[in-house]
Design a binder for this molecule. Structure first.
Ligand code: UDX
Length: 430
């Protein structure tokens, strides 16, 4: 099939590559000329393992194309996916301006029957409004079918997740859209859930809200484990082996960040509140998440005393490993709190570069974890980049002023580090 993607962000770029790999002819459109010329040259403008290599292969095989020409893009494709951003407004509500712009653009150049599919995460009811947004800028009277097909891929694992989904959800009121999209995904061997567009929208929000709640749940249990001197890792393992619970998203730490969980929980809370049906559990999950960095700073203070003039090394700036995305990264709320306590902060991250705003506040970035740790009183691990597990920790101990490690991702080997003379503290005992 010939498919168009509007919006070449993480989801659009990954899914256009994945569908080209599944044998379809795919074009990626974006209004950003810089992004498109970089993609045309086979260069990803963000860090995502394996994606660039696969993208280059599909461009070479003439299965994947990129363009900034809206007329050619819309006229030449009957199946159009919208993968633009839906960021949060200050109220928590999702900002639909880019969805509306994409719809207007489709309307302007539509000259034949189209299937338009929203893949971005959008509030309940958006897909039902899509037809009106497209038609309001269109003079064409041929049929328009709309659908919602949420995406569940995780950054850092994007291509793998896109190619190996647990399920595919297709929501539509059009039988043609349901039939065509089911056929489009036939190379993906997983259950396909076909439903209404509103149910598909809700499935995406409820899934992300549930996973966010699972993380906050285990983080609260970890606080109790701190009090009772119980190892949270053992608790997570023992719980996760129950197949009804499962081991994923039970890793206690500094909390969740990223471009999805914080934004999507806010939107769902907003919708629930405005429907007269507040979601109390999710409200608390969000509160726990927001207070988690402060909880950890208080633990650090209990051990090292006032942080004024203390030198802290922060390891990891991205919101999770294997990405350079720093949106809603808890690393920055942790750095903010360290600065408020008047600590000196030196940072390291394998791929993220600090912006001027942070450098102006006196935060220093070093190209190696060793250089960042030099003369420090303590290290705070904020992102579980695997390379931190492979550092020469004996060397780091000798470089530091005082050997304290506060592991906000419970990723390091506590027994080994203690044997080297470190004071080690994770979240949930140790
Ligand atoms: C998430 C959803 O998983 C994905 O299905 C959706 O499409 C987009 O949002 P993403 O934000 O890319 O994906 O990353 P994810 O792996 O879910 O991690 C989100 C945050 O939760 C990270 O900050 C991570 O560090 C944190 N996390 C994750 C935990 O603190 N503990 C865990 O056990 C798992």
């Amino acid at each position: 099939m010939k498919i168009l993607f509007i919006g070449m962000g993480y989801v659009g770029t990954t899914m256009s590559t994945a569908l080209a790999m599944a044998g379809h002819l795919v074009t990626g459109f974006d209004v950003d000329e810089e992004k498109i010329s970089s993609l045309k040259e086979g260069k990803l403008y963000f860090h995502e393992p394996e994606l660039q290599e696969m993208m280059v292969e599909r461009i070479r095989n003439k299965q994947l194309f990129f363009t900034t020409d809206p007329q050619k893009a819309i006229e030449g494709h009957d199946i159009i996916f919208i993968t633009v951003g839906t960021p949060s407004l200050s109220s928590g509500k999702a900002d639909l301006r880019y969805i509306k712009k994409a719809a207007e653009m489709i309307g302007r150049y539509k000259a034949s029957e189209k299937i338009v599919v929203i893949k971005s995460t959008v509030p309940i009811g958006t897909t039902r409004n899509l037809e009106q947004w497209v038609q309001s800028s269109s003079v064409d009277s041929s049929l328009l079918h709309t659908a919602m097909n949420p995406e569940f891929l995780r950054e850092g694992n994007a291509l793998h997740d896109a190619l190996n989904p647990d399920r595919i959800v297709i929501g539509s009121e059009s039988s043609k859209a349901l039939h065509t999209l089911t056929k489009l995904y036939q190379a993906f061997h997983c259950p396909i859930v076909t439903t209404s567009s509103q149910a598909a929208e809700m499935i995406k929000y409820a899934s992300n809200a549930f996973l966010a709640t699972k993380i906050s749940f285990i983080n609260e249990i970890a606080r109790l484990c701190d009090q009772k001197k119980i190892e949270i890792q053992d608790v997570s393992k023992g719980m996760g082996l129950d197949h009804r619970i499962g081991p994923a998203f039970l890793q206690a730490g500094l909390g969740y960040g990223g471009s999805c969980f914080p934004k999507d929980t806010k939107e769902l809370l907003w919708t629930a509140e405005n429907s007269g049906c507040p979601l109390h559990i999710l409200q608390e999950a969000e509160k726990v998440n927001q207070s988690q960095p402060q909880y950890f700073i208080d633990k650090i203070k209990q051990k090292v005393g006032p942080l004024e003039k203390k030198k802290a090394a922060v390891f990891g700036l991205s919101f999770k490993p294997h990405t350079d995305d720093t949106r809603e990264s808890v690393s920055f709320s942790t750095i903010e709190k360290l600065l408020l306590e008047k600590a000196q902060v030196q940072v390291h991250d394998p791929v993220v570069k600090l912006t001027k705003n942070w450098l102006d506040q006196g935060v220093e970035q070093f190209p190696s974890a060793y250089a960042a740790a030099k003369d420090c009183d303590f290290i705070v691990i904020c992102t579980d980049w695997p390379e931190y597990g492979e550092l020469d920790w004996g060397k780091i101990h000798s470089l530091m002023k005082d050997g304290s490690i506060f592991d906000g991702r419970n990723m390091l080997d506590a027994v080994y580090l203690k044997s080297l003379g470190f004071h080690y503290q994770g979240i949930g005992y140790e």
